[in-house]
Design a protein around this ligand. Sequence first.
Ligand SMILES: Cc1ncc(COP(=O)(O)O)c(C=O)c1O
Length: 387
Amino acid sequence: MSQFDQVIDRKKTQSVKWDTLEKNYHQKDLLPMWVADMDFKAPEAVRSAFNSYLEKGVFGYSIVPDSLYDAIISWQKTRHHFAIKKEEILFNSGVVPSLALSVQAYTDPGDAVLIHDPVYPPFAQVVEDNNRKLVRSNLFTDDKFMMDYDNMERLIQEEDVKLFILCNPHNPGGRVWSKKELQDVGNLCRKYHVTVVSDEIHQDIVYQPETFTTFQNADPSFKDFSIVLTAATKTFNLAGIKNSMVFIKDDKLRQAFEKIQKKNHQDDINTFGMIGTQAAYEGGKEWLEELLTYLKENVEITYQFFQSELPNVKVSKPEATYLMWLDFSFYQLTDKQLEKKIINEAKVVLNPGISYGEKGSQHMRINIACPRSTLKEGLQRIAAAFK
Ligand SMILES: Cc1ncc(COP(=O)(O)O)c(C=O)c1O
C-alpha cells in the first residue's frame, strides 16, 4: 500500500476544496475533484520542520535565511538544469500575486496583455482587474494542445501587445512545452519586444519520458526579456503556506518588479512559507518520486476508465500536472447544463472548462490527485450520470 492511498478527512479544515461545497451548492455528499491541491499529506520532512518551529513557540518577524536560497538554487540546478543566483531570486506570497505585480510592473493601464485560451483563470483576472486589455490566442487541439504562432503574431501586431503570460507546463491542458515550442514563442516575443512572464508552478509534476524546460533555458537571450514564477507549493501540496519565488535575471526587469513590490509593501514573506519551501526542497525528493509514480497510475486509471466506460468523453493523458481535461461536447449540453448535471446527478465537483476561456466550452477539468479509492468513486459517479 502506498502512503498516498490513505484517505484523510479534510472536512472542517478550512479547505477551499472541501469546505465550500455546502455553501456553494446546498448539497451534502458532493465529492470535490476541482481546486488544484492534493488530498495527500505533505512530506514528512516538511511536517517535521514545522513541528520543530512550533515547539519553540515564538513566531516573530523573520528574515530569509541563506539556507533557503541554497535549497532553491540547488533544486533548480539538479532538477531543471537551471542556474539561478541568490540576487536573482525574489519572494512573494503566491504565484498569482506575482502575476498581478508583473502586470503592474511591465505594462501601463490600457496596454494589451496576451494569454492563451484556455488557460488558468487568474491569468485573465489579473489583466482585467488592473485595467489592461485582455487578448487571448486560442490553443488548437491536434491530439494535444498546440500554440498557434501565426495567430499570436497577428494579435501581437494588431493589439500592440506588451506582455505575454505563458503557462509552462500548461494548466488545464497538461502540456509540457518542448524546447522548440518555447524557442518559437520566445523568438516571436523578442521580435516584437513583448515581455514574457512564464508561470512554472507545475514544473515538477511532469511524467516521464517528458522533460520540462524552463523558458529561460530555451535560449540564452530569453533571460533579457522574461521572468519566471514558481513555487514548491504545488509540487509538495503546501498551497496554504503562501510562498513563491520570482526569478529575474535582467536587472531592469528585477528593479521594476521590486519597485512595485515595495510600493505595495509586499516584500515580507510568511515564516511557515519559508520553512516549508526549504524543507521540501531539501528533504522531499523521495516523496516526490513516489508521488509521481502514484499520480501517473491515477492518470492511467482515469484514461482507461473513460475509454472503456464512457468513451464519448474524450480525454488525453497529460504530460504534466495532476489535472485532466475532459471533452463532453458529444452530449451537446450548454455549459450551465453540463455543470449542473455533474453536480446534481454525478454529485462530483469539477472545474467548468468555460472558466478557462471560450475554448473550454463543453469541457471539464478533473483533479486526480487523491487516493485511488476516492478517484474510482468519483469516476463511477460521473459514469453513472452519463450512461
Ligand atoms: C498555473 C498556475 N499558476 C498559479 C497557481 C496558484 O499559485 P499560488 O497559489 O502560488 O498563487 C496555480 C494553481 O492552481 C496554477 O495552476
